[in-house]
Each structure stands twice: as C-alpha cells, then as structure tokens.
Design a protein around this ligand. Structure first.
Ligand code: NAP
Ligand code: MG
Length: 481
C-alpha cells in the first residue's frame, strides 16, 4: 500500500538572503578585494547569492584583526566574562533557530526536519556546553592558557554544526578565530557573523572569510596563526599536515571515514533496520561517520536485506523544505558526479545494485537511496568513502570475522554494533579501531562526548573535556591525559 502525503513545505519567508555578501572582519562586513563566487540551492539550482572570495591579503587582514582582539581584549578577559558572550550566542541561536534551519536547508540541501531537529539544537548545545567550561579551565586537565589565533576550515556537510564544533571551544579557551566555511555552503556562517554582532562580541574575536581552497590554504599557512583546525577530506588533511610540518602550529584534523555498521543475528531486526537507514541515509549520507559498510551476520542477511529494501522504498526523497522529506538534495553537481562514478565502479566490479523506487525532481542534484549487495572487501565501494546515500553490504559468520572486516580500512572514525548481548557490545567496542562506537543506535552526537578518529580519519578530538585540549597550551600534559 502506498500513502499519499500533501506537501508540507516550511516557509522561506523567515530568511532574508541578500544579493551579495562581504567578508566578516573585525566585527564588520567588508568588501574584500572584489572577487566573488555564487552559492546555489542544490535542490533547485537557483543562485542564492554572490559571496566575496577572500584573497591572501584579505586573510591577512582577518588574522591581524584576530591577533589584535586576542592580545587587547579576549585573552585578558576573565573566563566568566567570556562565558557570558558564549551563553548569549547560544541563546540567540535558539531564538533564531528556525531562520538558521531554513537557511541551512536552502544552501545545503538537507531536509528541514534534520536541520531543525538535529543540526541547530546541537549547535546551540555546543555553545552552552563550552560556555560552561570558560571559567573552569583550571579543571580541564590541560591548563588554562590559550594558544592565540585559531585558523579553522570546515566542510559543507554540516556547515553550522562544524562551525560550532570549531568556534565554541576556541572562544571558551580564550582564543580568537578566523574561519572559512565551504564554498557551497557559506550562508549560515555569514548569518552566524550577524549573530556575533547581535551578541556584541568584541570586534575581531570571530572573523569569517569566505572562499574556496586557496582561501583555506592562505589561512592554514599564515605565519601568525597558532592553531589549525580542519574538518574535511583525508586528501586535503594530508596536504595541511605537510604545510604546517616544521612550524609550531598546533593541529587537529577531522577527516574521512568508512564506518562498519555490524548487525548480529540476535539484534532486534526492525530497530537495526532503522539504525542502518539512519546510519547511511541521514544527511544524504554526507556524513564522515556514516555507516556506509553494513556487515550483517550471514544467518540473518536475507531477512535484513528484505526488511531494509521494504523500508528504503518508503523513504521520501525531495524538497528539503518539506517537513515530510527524509532524504534531501546532494550538495553539489561535483559531489553528485563522484557518487555516480563510484556507484558505476561498484556495478562494474560485480556488486549488485538496488535503488529505492522514487521519483526524483527534475532540477537540482539528486541520487536515489541505493544499496549494493555481494560486495567484497577488495571492492572500491567497500574501501573508499562515497559520501552519499549508498550502502555497501558485506556478510560475516563470527564476531572475529566481523572485527577483522570492520578494521580492514585505512579509516577509523566510527562503528555501530547491533546485538542483544551487553557483553558482546563491550568486547566489540574494545576491539574496533574506531574513535566512536555506537551500540544499538547510530549517528548520535552530544557536546559532552569527544568525537574524532584513528588512522587516516585524523587526530585530535572535538567535543567534551577532550575537545579543550586542541585549544590550550596543555601546560599540565601528563598530569591528566
Ligand atoms: P574538502 O575538499 O577537504 O574541503 C574541506 C574544506 O577545506 C573546504 O572548506 C575546502 O574549501 C577547504 N580546502 C580545500 N582545499 C584546501 C587546501 N589545500 N587547504 C586548506 N583548505 C582547503 O572536503 P569536502 O569534500 O568539502 O568535505 C567532505 C569530506 O569531509 C569527507 O571526506 C568527510 O568525511 C570529511 N568530513 C569529516 C568530518 C570529521 O569530523 N571527521 C566531518 C565532516 C566531513 P572549498 O570546498 O570551499 O573549496
Ligand atoms: Mg549552496
């Protein structure tokens, strides 16, 4: 039986997208050097705005503003005073939550139910959480001395959330910031700049410079940046690690992943199917910790696949602003081309492809939720990050075989385990080489919990007390590691 839903689109009237945006430097929007680029709505291909592209000289201005604010104001302020600004920002984010969610969905393509119920609440929670640390750094275990100016570069999959993960701990620890959002998703970072103005944050404490890879390169290689925080691809992460080698910059890198989501035969299968769907189709699969490799125990593989396909056929793909939408638009034409290419490679390598039967909109960038069965460990779709709504399914017989297959990857960001047995969860978690292991759930994020990878998934942790370490001089190293 199929159900017909009436469309239930969220109104766009709440957002005010300007025709063009400047750079946010020293508390003001400035023109920059005059070059610009366009950001589009990936669900419609509509051009949303013209956005300034920061040159090396613009980045230098931003770093100078951040340095001035650091030495004259922010590092001299008590933690309790800094906390007041962070609490204020957190409350404004809540107050303007609907505006932020709608703008995020328009610029990024993610469903409004996710931007509204996941992204924005987590963003506010990060500011609240780190506001609480600002006057308690002496208990952090990492000392309480800030580093100085932090240069931060973030990707397009969670534009606001990645901004919050970067800016909240940096400011709480007494650093100032120059941040570059991704080229395809700059608008919510620029709205956040307005929120900084609204919160009366001292000029220069937060600077937002828009641009592409060259702007990012100018930030991370700037000699007066003390700390580099990057989230993005492993390839660019490696280039950054090389660029800062030999300098005394502190670096944290949050890179790619290829998580195993492991389903044992004693798992409650309907819940596991929901977890598989959440693991790979949340945010169109544009998730570094996505459960993109399903490892299912052979004895229940047919049953799980039948239930999974039945469930996938009910996913609603389409208008990100529709409150019924489960899967939104692919973020860019470039990303869609990558997903298509790897999926074609999957077929040519001999895996069997099944896509949910859904009508895709005529304009915009779309990819139907897809699953590959008969995948072997050597296949590229089992090894490489697809970063889209594409699941690769492998089977196993014993827990040891599951561990071996799960760990057989250059990445190590996350993993999921589905079983009724508590003891098995613990033994699996201890043997999985992954920064985060979820048990009978997936893609759960909380500001109190550290997040980060092993191996080529990067180093350093964001979130929790551990997230402070990347922004402090760590004068107590060894005392409480
Ligand atoms: P990306 O190409 O590495 O881009 C990330 C950011 O770096 C963007 O702002 C990008 O600019 C900028 N950039 C590009 N080249 C640069 C360079 N040479 N120096 C400095 N900055 C540079 O990654 P993406 O394709 O946007 O994002 C997807 C990747 O991010 C996936 O691999 C995913 O796994 C990873 N990711 C990881 C986490 C995590 O926490 N571990 C979270 C989310 C995403 P432009 O794109 O604007 O040109
Ligand atoms: Mg866009």
């Amino acid at each position: 039986m199929t159900f017909e839903y009436a469309p239930a689109p969220e109104s766009r009237a709440i957002v005010d997208i300007k025709p063009s945006y400047g750079l946010f430097i020293n508390g003001e929007f400035v023109d920059g050097n005059g070059t610009s680029f366009k950001t589009v709505n990936p669900a419609t291909e509509e051009v949303l705005a013209e956005v300034a592209e920061a040159s090396d000289a613009d980045v230098d201005e931003a770093v100078k503003a951040a340095r001035r604010a650091y030495t004259r104001v922010w590092s001299r302020m008590s933690g309790a005073e800094r906390a007041k600004y962070l609490y204020r920002i957190a409350r404004i984010i809540q107050e303007r939550g609907r505006e932020l969610a709608v703008l995020e969905s328009i610029d990024n393509g993610k469903p409004i139910k996710e931007s509204r119920d996941v992204d924005v609440p987590i963003v506010a929670a990060h500011f609240f959480y780190y506001a609480g640390w600002a006057d308690k750094l002496q208990y952090s275990g990492y000392g309480s001395t800030p580093l100085g100016v932090a240069g931060q570069v973030i990707p397009w999959n969670f534009p606001l959330m990645m901004l919050a993960w970067k800016i909240a701990p940096a400011l709480a620890c007494g650093n100032t910031v120059v941040l570059k959002p991704a080229e395809t998703t700059p608008l919510t970072a620029l709205l956040f700049a307005e929120i900084c103005q609204q919160a009366d944050l001292p000029p220069g404490v937060v600077n937002i410079v828009t641009g592409a890879g060259d702007t990012g390169r100018a930030i991370v290689s700037h000699p007066d940046v003390d700390k580099v925080a990057f989230t993005g691809s492993t390839e660019v992460g490696k280039a950054i690690a090389r660029a800062v080698a030999g300098s005394d910059k502190k670096v944290t890198l949050e890179l790619g992943g290829k998580a195993a989501n492991i389903v044992f035969d004693d798992a409650p299968l309907d819940q596991a199917v929901e977890g598989i769907v959440n693991g790979i189709f949340f945010n169109q699969g544009h998730v570094c910790c996505a459960g993109s490799r399903l490892l299912v125990q052979e004895s229940v593989a047919d049953e799980v696949m039948a239930r999974l396909k039945r469930r996938m056929a009910t996913l609603r793909v389409g208008d990100p602003l529709d409150k019924n939408t489960d899967v939104g638009a692919i973020n860019s034409a470039e990303q869609l081309a990558k997903i298509r290419e790897l999926s074609e490679i999957g077929e040519s390598e001999g895996a069997e492809r099944w896509s949910a039967p859904c009508d895709l909109p005529a304009n915009g960038y779309w990819f139907a939720p897809t699953v590959f069965t008969g995948v072997s460990q050597a296949h590229r779709i089992a090894r490489e990050e697809i970063f889209g709504p594409v699941l690769s399914v492998l089977t196993f017989r014993t827990p040891s075989e599951a561990i071996e297959k799960a760990n057989n990857t250059p990445f190590g960001l996350s993993a999921g385990v589905w079983t009724d047995k508590g003891s098995r969860i613990l033994s699996m978690a201890n043997r999985l080489r992954a920064g985060v292991v979820w048990a009978n759930t997936f893609n759960k994020f909380d500001p109190t919990s550290p997040f980060g990878g092993y191996k080529e998934s990067g180093y350093g942790r964001e979130g929790g007390r551990h997230g402070l370490e990347g922004y402090l001089k760590n004068t107590e190293k060894g005392a409480d590691a």
